[in-house]
Design a protein around this ligand. Structure first.
Ligand SMILES: Cc1cc2nc3c(=O)[nH]c(=O)nc-3n(C[C@H](O)[C@H](O)[C@H](O)COP(=O)(O)O)c2cc1C
Length: 204
């Protein structure tokens, strides 16, 4: 096991993980992508099937088209619906991401599942732990990232642009890049408010 002090401590990373929607267009080296995806591929999965597939997209045409599809859908209805659900500051963040942040992120990691390796009922539970490892590794290396499922609405277009075979299904798109905006700590409900001792209703 590598015990070198090469990055921030684990709990500093976990407790400061945020959704980055403002990313610099500066390039991200393959060496960083490889470290991040090595962390992702060390996640658990049902029956250790490891059904994940990652497509690392740097092509500005593809990133631009994914961004255009999201922006078009966002501005023609989703924005208004989201505005009713989230606080104004979050709506502004997502609005920036949908209109330009996604397209300008220098890397899109399209996270897919190989249906031959995993029952459909386990797709999410076998893929999203890998996405969480990906997000945490990116943070540990000083990169910003975002778990996003909105682009999955455009699976037919992703399938064509990325030459995905029929047995490979996109489940998330993670834009990656160096943060262009400093974010504070995440807003989270305290663990004590979400945890019971021994049985439901017994406060921690
Ligand atoms: C399943 C899932 C889907 C998400 N999809 C999107 C998305 O499509 N677009 C987006 O801007 N954020 C998306 N998010 C990010 C959440 O909005 C974000 O994780 C949450 O608001 C917490 O943000 P914070 O870590 O910065 O506090 C998604 C998160 C999850 C877990």
């Amino acid at each position: 096991m590598n015990t070198d002090a090469t990055g921030p401590a684990f709990f500093d990373v976990v407790l400061n993980q945020r959704a980055h929607r403002y990313l610099s267009p500066d390039a991200v080296a393959d060496s960083l992508i490889e470290q991040i995806l090595t962390a992702a591929t060390h996640a658990p999965s049902g029956e250790n099937a490891q059904p994940w597939i990652f497509v690392v997209v740097r092509d500005p045409v593809v990133r631009g088209e994914v961004g255009r599809l999201v922006a078009e859908s966002w501005t023609s209805g989703s924005s208004d619906r989201t505005a009713e659900m989230v606080p104004p500051w979050m709506h502004r963040e997502v609005d920036h991401w949908a209109r330009e942040g996604l397209a300008t992120a220098p890397v899109h990691v399209v996270v897919c599942v190989d249906e031959r390796l995993c029952h459909e009922g386990l797709w999410g539970s076998s893929i999203f732990p890998a996405v969480q490892n990906l997000l945490l590794a990116a943070s540990a290396l000083g990169l910003g990232s975002l778990m996003s499922t909105y682009p999955v609405a455009f699976t037919p277009q992703l399938r064509t642009m990325l030459s995905l075979p029929d047995h490979v299904h996109p489940l998330a798109v993670v834009p990656l890049g160096f943060p262009a905006k400093a974010l504070g700590p995440p807003r989270r409900i305290p663990m004590q408010d979400k945890t019971f001792r021994e049985r439901y209703g017994e406060a921690w």
